[in-house]
Write a protein that binds this ligand. Structure first.
Ligand SMILES: *Cc1c(COP(=O)(O)O)cnc(C)c1O
Length: 230
């Protein structure tokens, strides 16, 4: 339905097993299934995977009813404000909150629906100007103004970051380190030790080992599990 590419359940389960043997204990793995057919997600599910990441609202809403109901869906793409209402109550975590307007809307819609929504704030640390997210300064400013305390039905659970798409490991590491330092600063200044702010989502197929070394608690891996996207 989303891709004509043939699905090999065996390859997907082997990829997952290989990944899991490399990922250190305690690091959560989101299988990024955007553009993949439901058969590919089902294969990963059958191999034990329960966390999936999607980046488009329409695709997420089409997939949810076709797959087991105990899947935890993470939304990882840019979320347009006019689509917020449609996904409230459908996700375990919205990883990609990239503006104050968006978090206010998520909070308002969550209140209306009578649900609590967990989110990560997306921080822009990459050199590429196309990436969405708060700059580190904007994010610190958000918390200093106490904006997180104004939220009623939204729980800020941490940060999400993407590094520049480059082969230069030094660049990638330094961007992840910036995100990691910011994560610790915010956590220390604005949250209790036992509070909600615990997740640092960074690292994809090509750079997750560096992200883990720099303190990621959750990685988002797509092509290393499912193969290349069409
Ligand atoms: C697509 C995507 C990923 C996964 O990318 P891969 O290179 O396929 O592992 C991770 N995070 C976000 C935000 C994405 O959009």
């Amino acid at each position: 339905m989303f891709s004509q590419k043939p699905v090999s359940p065996l390859l997907i389960s082997e990829n997952l097993a290989a990944l899991k043997s490399e990922i250190p204990e305690g690091i959560a793995l989101v299988a990024v299934s955007k553009f993949q057919p439901v058969e590919a997600l089902q294969a990963a599910y059958d191999a034990g995977q329960r966390l999936f990441g999607e980046s488009r609202v329409q695709e997420l809403l089409e997939k949810i009813p076709l797959l087991p109901q105990d899947i935890k869906w993470h939304f990882i793409g840019h979320l347009q404000t006019n689509k917020v209402r449609q996904i409230i109550g459908r996700t375990a975590l919205i990883e990609s909150v990239d503006s104050e307007k968006l978090i206010d809307l998520i909070d308002a819609e969550s209140s209306k629906a009578g649900v609590e929504t967990k989110v990560l704030m997306q921080v822009h640390v990459a050199a590429e100007y196309t990436k969405f997210g708060f700059t580190p300064d904007e994010l610190l400013d958000f918390f200093r103004r106490g904006r997180h305390r104004e939220l009623k039905n939204t729980v800020i659970s941490g940060l999400m970051a993407m590094a520049t798409n480059t082969d230069d490991e030094t660049v990638i590491r330094s961007e992840f380190r910036t995100a990691s330092n910011l994560f610790r600063t915010i956590s220390g200044e604005f949250f209790d030790e036992k509070g909600s702010f615990r997740t640092l989502s960074m690292g994809m197929s090509s750079d997750w080992p560096i992200a883990v070394e720099e303190g990621a608690t959750l990685i988002r891996v797509g092509s290393a599990i499912f193969g290349e996207r069409n």
